[in-house]
Design a protein around this ligand. Structure first.
Ligand SMILES: Cc1cc2nc3c(=O)[nH]c(=O)nc-3n(C[C@H](O)[C@H](O)[C@H](O)COP(=O)(O)OP(=O)(O)OC[C@H]3O[C@@H](n4cnc5c(N)ncnc54)[C@H](O)[C@@H]3O)c2cc1C
Length: 405
């Protein structure tokens, strides 16, 4: 690649920023343009439901790179600009301003955005979504003055915000249509663990029930459930999942289905256009299927992996998915990919709040989660990657090292 090439990255968040950094680290000396519609330079989102939301950390802790980095690295960072089209044949992107920007190779890292609640009252004041720094700051101010916070949806973000709101001293009620929090990923065995943790911290949890409407006049006053009850709340967080931001790719005719479909090199159906992070539904060589991961480590690692493949390195992205979550004094890390499983094995005592849990398929570890036990996620990841049939008695025995299992 030489100085006359221009690589354009659409989406200036974690995946995009790490991709731009990787291009420079790998010696690319052409133009790099990173375009993002938010006003802030790229930042990390995990603290938005934790330390930043609670006001324990300022924005300076969030940024992916120090101020001045992009200029020093020769990366053209265009903030507050939206890409509205891709001219695949002409190799150019179109911006909302009307500008047309040619590219040699294109990386899409447009991420995901919260699924909106499509119910009566959803537009009332006091109803929040959480994705950006600004939305976290506004939720913080609302929680600080709240009589009671309602959280609709108890996935990761819903659970973390419920925990943060309790840590901020506010009463919290949650509404979930499944029987347990985090049920889709963790199942009932571990979902019940999180239910108990939240209940012990004073969260009033409702399961197996859907929301019918948000009620109030002008400002939200409560959440009406399908069973007829109304839960009083003057602040509501809607946390019912995110949808990949595929609009651009779809309009450009790229293969899209639960994200932008890519091969193991993170290249889309259109040669020279790559995707990474929350947006990418990437073929995973280890699992033999496409996987879309909505987590920090995936964005952090896939961005650079895509960048290197844009440079022609052709290395498949085969990392074992990983994520973490902090709620109250419970820190967990999850390594693997288990959309379904046929067995759950615990290692250690759940009541002690220091344990590991494994999800197995045909005797192989599909995923494992360590709770309040540091420095084991690498070993769990190795077990997943090995695809070995494991000795379950050893797996369950904390006195046997994971390497021996
Ligand atoms: C509150 C919160 C807490 C989280 N906590 C954790 C956690 O504890 N652990 C964990 O593993 N993960 C966590 N995550 C998930 C993690 O933050 C995401 O996986 C990660 O941000 C994905 O990065 P990304 O770069 O792929 O996309 P995003 O972060 O979604 O960024 C995409 C960017 O592209 C921009 N964009 C979109 N369309 C356009 C366009 N057309 N033109 C220009 N710009 C565009 C968007 O404005 C956005 O800035 C959390 C997420 C949130 C919201």
């Amino acid at each position: 690649m030489n100085g006359s090439s221009r690589f354009v990255i659409v989406g200036a968040s974690l995946a995009g920023a790490k991709a731009a950094e990787a291009l420079r680290k790998d010696g690319f000396d052409g133009e790099v343009t990173l375009i993002g519609e938010e006003g802030e330079r790229p930042y990390e989102r995990p603290p938005l439901s934790k330390q930043y939301l609670r006001g324990e950390e300022g924005p300076d802790k969030l940024f992916v790179h120090k101020e001045g980095y992009y200029e020093a690295a020769g990366i053209e960072l265009r903030l507050g600009q939206t890409v509205v089209s891709i001219d695949v044949d002409g190799r150019a992107v179109g911006l909302a301003s009307g500008e047309r920007l040619p590219y040699t190779s294109l990386l899409l890292t447009t991420g995901a955005s919260p699924v909106r609640l499509n119910l009566p009252g959803a537009d009332l004041e006091g109803v929040h979504y959480l994705r950006t720094m600004a939305s976290s700051a506004s939720l913080r101010a609302a929680i600080e003055g709240a009589d009671r916070v309602a959280v609709i949806g108890t996935g990761w973000i819903g659970c973390e915000v419920a925990a943060s709101a309790r840590m901020m001293g506010r009463p919290v009620v949650t509404v979930e249509m499944a029987q347990f929090p985090l049920q889709r990923v963790l199942g009932p065995e571990v979902g019940s663990f999180y239910r108990d943790v939240h209940t012990e911290h004073g969260v009033e949890m409702h399961f197996g029930v859907t929301t019918e409407a948000l009620v109030g006049s002008g400002t939200v006053e409560g959440v009406r459930l399908a069973d007829g009850r109304t839960l009083a709340a003057d602040v509501v967080l809607v946390a019912i999942g995110v949808a990949p931001a595929t609009e651009l790719a779809e309009k450009a005719g790229l293969d899209v289905g639960n994200g932008v479909m890519t091969d193991e090199y993170l290249e889309s159906s259109s040669p020279g256009i790559f995707a990474a992070g929350d947006l990418a539904n990437a073929f995973h060589p280890l699992f033999g299927e496409r996987v879309r991961v909505e987590h920090w480590a995936n964005a952090r690692n896939q961005g650079p992996a895509a960048a290197r493949n844009m440079l022609g390195k052709r290395r498949p992205y085969a990392r074992v998915p990983y994520f973490y979550s902090d709620q109250y004094d419970i820190s967990m890390e999850y390594s693997g990919y288990a959309p379904a499983w046929d067995e759950v094995v615990f290692r250690g005592d759940v009541a002690s709040r220091e344990f590991i849990v494994f999800w197995l398929n045909d005797g192989r570890v599909a995923a494992g989660m360590n709770v309040n036990i540091p420095d084991v996620s690498g070993k769990i990841s190795d077990l997943v990657a090995s695809r070995r049939v494991v000795d379950k008695a050893k797996l369950a025995d904390p006195d046997v090292s994971l390497a021996e299992v």
